[in-house]
Design a protein around this ligand. Structure first.
Ligand code: ADP
Ligand code: ZN
Length: 721
């Protein structure tokens, strides 16, 4: 027998299929060890044949075959090709996506337990073999674990019994089930809106269906129903969420509803737990894979449904190679399995909503919260006026009053600090002016090491401002409050309130987040102060007030998506308020209350926001009406990086010479962050009218790669730093 093997070395020079002779019984999808270039490396069997086309004497045998069910499902091989082609990565790199890292690197294995049992047949032992006789007596009473017998009778005795074929050692798999809470979660009777959403999706002739449902409209229950229907049909499901370890309620709800049929892959699991959950899916014991981005590669067969919840979330784009889009992979799998892909969000991404409007995706709208609960009222607090009034505090008068009211009625509040925007853009606290690039109409980013402002799109540099060009005011701000200062002020204002804070600086590990959210969920604190990570889908019934500090800060990110991001963020954060019986409120503090994005957000006017955004992007030729590509070059050596950069740049120049009409922008420059972890960073930035040259850009990146410089392509990058 001969096996076609892909060796687990992600390098373009070994991106081939190698042939080895293999023992009979070797199956497609098996993990194997093979000799390769003087070493023993891991590989995957992608085909097994009776004969070989090579000279049989030159073919080396496989060193070992893992004694387990084949790790890879047949679908992997079809997707492997597609992914390798689409993102220009070696086949081994795309196969790796389908295996948990822990397994590939051999860090963990199945938790097996070795046991000993007697074999059939006569037992005759020498009188002197006392220990062996003792072991046989033990085994006559039933199988024992090897560890127990070794401790009791010694290793030599057991070995002797095995040699004489009196006893045998066998393995059973021991599952490390992840710990966690399970809340009772009975199926709810669907509301008419939910019912018709489920029916629409199941009857739809569209491969992809988008649920645009306001926060609290009961999307989760729709997903659970769709999943249950597929399970009933004997099919499986993948349910993707942005970061499941941050949403403990969702976790316990899923466990409660589906029990052992659900396998939850999240970053809070130990390597062993993840490994076992993965095998439960592979073996068919579990039928629903739930997890973040990487769970889209879950080893399920006969998939009947794939769900991407909060589809607008940027975590669905991988920022490491292969830089895949989760939605694209999900579409490939949906195609392969002939099943539906469901996207859900209160604030769908502009790209997805355009497709829904154009009829490419099915569209379901849920405009009401469950039980007709109103969406929380959003009050705008104009922080320019607060400053003029002589209020130096981080908190507007409106927010203080609402906090007072909330605490006195025994409810809870969330204070959301939009800190990611802080350190970058420059804002005049008198008039709300924000420094922008004259060429690109995006806000400039402050670079402290050079004390200047830069545009991340064209690389233009501007002098740091000393006064506001609009009003002459001198109160410019470009670095702001941290959560710590917010908590400090809150403690002074509300000495008797109990406050917890959650951000990346205060919490170590995902477990820490979980604990804080659990504490808050159990009402062990009155106010939760946090950054982006508290915006995601939590359902805290006692929260009736959400304060958003500096709501407009993310408007001024140097990114064409900043308007969209701000709208999404405000809607999501506001959605945490008033989810149960008491009416919710939101206070939104801003320096630019007249900004149209904020106006749309306050009115919950997604359609208005969308129409406007689409018009602007079409006029300015930003994605999806163009394609922004960044060819990144990184290296530990500056000269190697520059050489690769030049090579890539001139190759792109050549395309432009042929087809200047498709180019909106082309330049090469330092990346905004010039060095990360000792590696210099350069980029060729292109904005193209169409996608027709995309493949060539990938070719250019592959060709410009050298042993010392890494070159790769990012499409419409989420992060331009
Ligand atoms: P979304 O994901 O759209 O923000 P959720 O799925 O979190 O909304 O639902 C909001 C709340 O409504 C949750 O507390 C949920 O338990 C409840 N809920 C959902 N569907 C129903 C239903 N059919 N009957 C009663 N309560 C429901
Ligand atoms: Zn610019």
């Amino acid at each position: 027998m001969f096996a076609q093997v892909i060796v687990d070395i992600a390098h373009s020079q070994v991106d081939k299929i190698f042939e080895y002779s293999c023992p009979s019984g070797t199956e497609v999808g098996c993990r194997v060890k093979v000799p390769f270039g003087g070493r023993i490396v891991e590989g995957f069997v992608i085909a097994v044949n009776e004969t070989s086309t090579f000279d049989a004497r030159k073919i080396k045998p496989i060193t070992a075959v893992y004694d387990e069910q084949p790790a890879l499902v047949p679908e992997c091989f079809s997707l492997m090709e597609a992914i390798a082609r689409r993102y220009r990565v070696p086949k081994a790199a795309s196969l790796r996506l389908f295996l948990p890292t822990e397994m590939r690197l051999g860090k963990v294995n199945e938790a097996y337990e070795k046991r000993v049992r007697l074999k059939d047949g006569e037992i005759s032992l020498k009188a002197s073999a006392k220990k062996q006789a003792e072991a046989v007596e033990e085994l006559k009473g039933g199988d024992k674990t090897l560890a127990y017998l070794v401790a009791k009778c010694g290793r030599a005795a057991i070995n002797a019994l095995v040699d004489k074929e009196i006893a045998e050692i066998y393995k059973v798999r021991r599952s490390r089930a992840p710990a966690g809470e399970t809340a009772e979660s009975l199926p709810k009777e669907l509301t008419p809106a939910q019912k018709s959403a489920v029916e629409y999706i199941e009857k739809s002739d569209k491969r992809v269906n988008l649920i645009h449902g306001v926060t609290g409209s009961g999307k989760t229950e729709i997903y659970l129903n769709l999943i249950a229907d597929q399970l009933q049909k004997g099919r499986t499901a993948i349910f993707l969420v942005p970061e499941i370890s941050l949403t403990p309620q969702m976790l316990s709800q899923l466990r409660g509803r589906f029990g052992g049929e659900a396998a939850i892959l999240h970053s809070g699991l130990s390597a062993g737990e993840k490994f076992d959950e993965w095998w439960r899916l592979r073996s068919g014991e579990a039928k629903i894979a739930i997890g973040a981005r990487s769970a889209v590669f879950a080893p399920l067969q006969n998939i009947g449904l794939i769900i991407i919840d909060e589809e607008h979330d940027s975590s669905y784009h991988s920022e490491t190679a292969p830089r895949y889009s989760t939605e694209e992979i999900a579409q490939m799998r949906a195609q392969y399995n002939d099943c539906k892909l469901v996207l859900g969000s209160a604030t769908p991404s502009v790209e997805s909503f355009i497709k829904a409007k154009d009829g490419e995706y099915g569209l379901i709208k849920l405009t009401e919260r469950i039980n007709g609960k109103p969406l929380p009222e959003i009050i705008i607090a104009d922080m320019r006026r607060e400053i003029k009034r002589g209020n130096p505090s981080i908190f507007s008068r409106a927010l203080r009053e609402e906090l007072d009211e909330t605490l006195s009625t025994g409810n809870q509040a969330i204070i959301f600090l939009n800190r990611r925007g802080y350190s970058s853009s420059v804002i005049c606290t008198d008039c709300g002016y924000v420094a922008k690039c004259a060429e690109c109409d995006v806000s400039l980013t402050y670079h402290s090491e050079e004390d200047c402002l830069k545009c991340h799109y064209c690389g233009a540099k501007y002098k740091m401002l000393t006064a506001c060009p609009e009003c002459g005011g001198k109160r410019l701000r470009y670095s702001g409050t941290g959560t710590q200062r917010v908590v400090g002020e809150l403690k002074e204002l509300f000495p008797s309130a109990s406050i917890i804070r959650m951000d990346n600086d205060t919490v170590s590990g995902k477990d820490g987040h979980y604990k804080i959210l659990k504490q808050f969920g159990e009402h062990k604190a009155d106010i939760l102060v946090g950054t982006q990570m508290i915006a995601k889908g939590h359902d805290f019934p006692s929260v009736t007030l959400v304060g958003i500090l500096d709501a407009d800060m993310s408007l001024h990110f140097s990114d064409y998506r900043s308007g969209e991001r701000t709208f999404q963020l405000i809607t999501q954060v506001a959605g945490r308020s008033g989810r149960a019986d008491d009416k919710g409120k939101v206070v939104l503090q801003t320096y630019s209350p007249e900004n149209y994005i904020l106006r749309y957000a306050v009115a919950y006017d997604y359609d208005g926001f969308f129409e406007n955004e689409v018009k602007m992007r079409a006029a300015a030729l930003f994605p999806p009406y163009s394609l922004i590509c960044r060819i990144m070059v990184t290296s530990e050596d500056n000269d190697s990086a520059l050489e690769a950069l030049k090579k890539a740049y001139f190759a792109v120049e050549d395309i432009r010479k042929r087809d200047a009409g498709d180019f909106l922008f082309l330049n090469k420059m330092h990346s905004p962050i010039k060095k990360i972890q000792g590696k210099v960073r350069y980029q060729v930035l292109v904005r193209l009218k169409s996608r027709k040259h995309l493949e060539e850009l990938y070719d250019i990146a592959v060709a410009a790669c050298t042993p010392s410089a890494l070159v790769y392509v990012e499409e419409n990058p989420v992060n331009l730093s």
